[in-house]
Design a binder for this molecule. Sequence first.
Ligand code: AMP
Length: 222
Amino acid sequence: MATDEGVRLLLIGPPGSGKGTQAKQLTERYRVPHISTGDMLREQIRKGTSLGEEAKGYINDGNLVPDELILSMLRVRLSQSDSQGGYVLDGFPRSHAQAEALDALLERQGQNIKAAILLVLDDETIVKRLCNRRVCPECGRVYHLINHPPKTEDRCDEYHCRATLIQRPDDNETAIRNRLRIYHEQTQPVVAFYKEKGLLKAIDASREILRVQIDIERALEG
Ligand code: AMP
């Protein structure tokens, strides 16, 4: 049987803990695709597909999209050729059932997870971060109005983009607090799941981006 050399990383953490930002660094380092279930869902909404229509209400209220929808979307994505050599999975699994489903899928394919990286951040810091978050609807770049503002007000810095930045509809305080509640109730069991398997790497996500990046690299090397 051929050995599995793919680098498969999971990024787990509460909303606003920097998963997307760190995922981008990791995908460059390991030359694997960044697969974000949140980005995939927003893309479906933009395209106006039936999946997007179904998912929209759950997302805007800060609730989890039902497992069947997520799993069928993800199975298709993970079967594509660019995912065969590995990936950074951002925002999945978010429930124990999703973690079990991923495990079963990997086992069928004789594949392994290299690590589950947990970004740790307290709730009040998250609320402050997310209320000030702005994103570019074109390239997905993320800004913070105080810590990392765009050079020109409300415009993406990317030369090829320059789109008007938006606030995600689920980045309002009511939805954020709901997302945090769901994270504690449904996603915390995923943390225990990977800890038991010896795959969990917990990282302090309150530090600056570069510091967090270095800590992740060290944890993966160690
Ligand atoms: P994110 O961009 O990762 O913050 O995800 C935004 C929203 O998409 C979440 O609040 C959920 O409504 C939905 N979502 C993303 N990933 C999942 C998942 N693995 N399971 C269920 N819902 C998800």
